[in-house]
Design a protein around this ligand. Sequence first.
Ligand SMILES: [Zn+2]
Length: 395
Amino acid sequence: MARYVIEGARVFDGDRLIGVRTVEIDGPRIVAIDGPVSPGAESVDGRGATLLPGLIDAHTHADVEALGHALRFGVTTEFDLFSFPQKMAETRRAAAVRHDIADVRSASVGMTAPGGHPTQLRGNQDDPELPTVGRPRDAARFVDERIAEGADYIKVLIESGKTLGKDVPVVDGRIVKAAVIAAHERGRMVIAHALTIDATWEALAAGVDGFAHLFVDGPHTAGMIEALVDSRVFMIPTLTTLASITNQGFGAEVAGDPRVVGRLPEAWMDNIRGDFNTFPSGDFGAAIASVRAMHAAGVPILAGTDASHLGAPGMAHGASLHGELQLLVRAGMTPTEALRAATSIPATTFGLDDRGRIAPGLRADLVLVDGDPTSRIADTLSIRGVWRSGTPAAR
Ligand SMILES: [Zn+2]
């Protein structure tokens, strides 16, 4: 494999800007920062640019095509939060050997009620039947089955349909609690889908580790923020999705960016321009305020989009993560804090100590962008180059 030396770029190391540095890649790894340049290394001119760790989207539903789109936009790892194992096995095999798609981790299928979310959204997708759990004592079996399928973490969906346009049966809280206990005994985190305040309280009562969405059916309270802090949970707000649900047209704004136009197939451009619009009475401003309050109180915030398949409107893999970063800044995070939310924080939270930072020995997952996104977050879209474990991605 090739050696590259990126010279003259400011470096954001996953935590902070560390100044103009020389970063050398050898094969799949970063081997040196400001070391003596090896003879034969190909020089990359980074002047005027900022080098970032490869971005991590902490909430997607991934397949091979999606991971290709992600990588184009500098997203080198996706955390899938619900996929069918047959498809995910194929996706993982591809991600293990191909350098033109992002890497992936997955929950496999999530726990839901019979006939529960997301089956109502997947009318004509011809899905295999979902495994469900009828009583708490069967929750451990559900967790074991997911782990056997390769699940890196467990997903539970506490969803009544309130904000999604159609009422659906909700999984019993006692079953969720039993699943959390079983997952923790097996060393797996549990991430809850909760779009309402009630579901969020229920997930907290069950002892989950983090949230795949922020609630969108009302403003936060001081008591809620305190409970989130006390429970030491992390939050993946998916403001991108909440904007789509509440019909904010934010995807269209991302799609209209000249740095996005033409970089995705037309069907995906149409997809990102759309809105779910299932909860137009929802107050997106309240969601922004909730993220602001959580962040200020110290709840770890992870950048995630919920980019899924065609037909889940308002998002696209890769491009939407840049939009999410802009929304996190709108919610009061500094650009540097937003960048952490898409690099070191998700890596640490999900136990991936080989990525999310720029340091010798780590994976050479890197994005070189014009400008300085630590002062102007929108510069993340000005992509000059992407490396995926040391291999340059085609632009
Ligand atoms: Zn999702």
